[in-house]
Design a protein around this ligand. Structure first.
Ligand code: IMP
Ligand code: MG
Length: 390
């Protein structure tokens, strides 16, 4: 068995969903290792825009088996609806969709707690933080308990500890229906199950700067979005990990509160928001926008042991009137390099941008995305070869 990993190097929304969708065809298994329905992986399949919150983006390849790994937290209602939607698209998932038995459940009361306490962080209010908090307080509900006779009383016991007035809870019905559905989804002992497969792609959600330890605490999510999350969340030994694809967007975005050294406002930020469709795919919030931040990326590249870079959304910047990249300075006082903007992705100016990124991060660019669809994708080696010929 070998494991390759796709990770976001910024604050999420780097385009990991699309990247996983493109890479998935050469893997047997695609596995999410952390997070829950706070994720929003947007991809285009047969002309339709689809946003996945819980299911790995590999699901659109009929030969690929998908796993929601043990490091994840699961909202049963959301997962049920997402699986039914996949069926409606005519994609069967039976026999190729599994759950890691140690993943935990998100209760309706977790969502209320998130609304009450997550405001200053700007969370997605999906109950992620409170579900992980209970997991670490050793009072959470792992999904293998779904098959225990005292499951219902365990859930009620935990919910009672949350002390939420019943009127504030949106829907227990949705939860219990989801639970019924989830009971029929096969669960696996992940480390052993994975060892029976040869090519595994681990799919990250959120970005490295939202990691609970290594992100911009406390403005972070509640799981390990970095390489540590793969080892913990799927139970794979580090030696099994081969390629680590670090995904970066050609500019930077952040949803929610917290520091953002290269943030810009005004016309250029609006350009990025409009052309890049920069509003949250989970919450609909407008994403904050800014320039590429190389010193910060150096840290996340190092932290994750990135072996290959994948650049996304450079097409969004085509024709932008001004272009800058942070190359140094303190977070409070960043220093920038002004770059020549590009009109298209075949231009010298775009190659200069790539060279700067590769040189600064010390990692080669593997591929770049040229638009939202699966086909809009170029291997950098191909692009270079074509350029030498012409
Ligand atoms: P939580 O994960 O809902 O607890 O939110 C914590 C922080 O992470 C907030 O700033 C969210 O906006 C951010 N966040 C969570 N999931 C995503 C994501 O998938 N993309 C981008 N930001 C996210
Ligand atoms: Mg997203």
């Amino acid at each position: 068995m070998r494991v390759d990993v796709v990770l976001g190097l910024q604050w999420g929304d780097e385009g990991k969903g699309k990247v996983v969708d493109v890479l998935a065809h050469s893997y047997e298994v695609v596995a999410r290792f952390q997070g829950g329905p706070n994720a929003g992986h947007t991809l285009y399949w047969q002309g339709k825009k689809i946003v996945l919150h819980q299911i790995p983006a590999g699901i659109f390849h009929p030969h690929v088996t998908c796993l929601v790994g043990d490091g994840c937290v699961i909202d049963p209602g959301i997962l049920k609806r997402e699986l039914l939607a996949i069926s409606e698209l005519g994609l069967g998932w039976e026999g190729r969709f599994f759950l890691g038995r140690n993943a935990h459940l998100i209760l309706p009361t977790h969502k209320v707690l998130d609304k009450l306490s997550g405001g200053h962080i700007g969370t997605t209010q999906r109950g992620i933080g409170p579900a992980y908090a209970d997991r670490y307080a050793r009072r959470g509900i792992p999904i293998f308990w779904l098959h225990r006779s005292d499951f219902e009383s365990q859930v009620r016991h935990l919910a009672a500890m949350h002390a939420i007035p019943p009127a504030e809870v949106a829907s227990w019905e949705d939860f219990w229906e989801g639970v019924e559905f989830l009971r029929k989804v096969p669960q696996v002992e992940t480390p052993r199950w994975l060892s029976g497969h040869s090519q595994v792609l681990a799919e990250g959600s959120q970005g490295s700067l939202l990691d609970i330890f290594w992100g911009t605490y406390p403005y972070v999510t509640s799981s390990h979005t970095t390489i540590a999350g793969v080892v913990a969340g799927l139970g794979v030994a580090p030696q099994k990990i081969r390629r680590v694809y670090g995904v970066l967007k050609a500019y930077t975005t952040r949803v929610g509160e917290g520091p953002f050294p290269t943030e810009i406002r005004g016309l250029l930020a609006r350009w990025m928001q409009e052309r890049g469709g920069e509003w949250g795919s989970t919450t609909g919030r407008l994403r904050r926008c800014g320039w590429l931040d190389l010193p910060t990326l150096q840290k996340t590249v190092y932290l994750n042991g990135v072996t290959d870079l994948i650049l996304t959304k450079a097409d969004v910047l085509c024709g932008i009137p001004e272009l800058k990249v942070r190359i140094g300075g303190e977070d409070e006082n960043p220093s920038y390099l002004s770059m020549t903007p590009w009109e298209n992705l075949d231009s010298e100016a775009f190659y200069a941008y790539i060279r700067l990124i590769e040189k600064s991060l010390g990692v080669p660019l593997y591929a770049y995305s040229t638009g939202p669809e699966r086909e809009a994708w170029r291997l950098f080696s191909d692009a270079e070869a074509a350029k030498n010929i012409s």
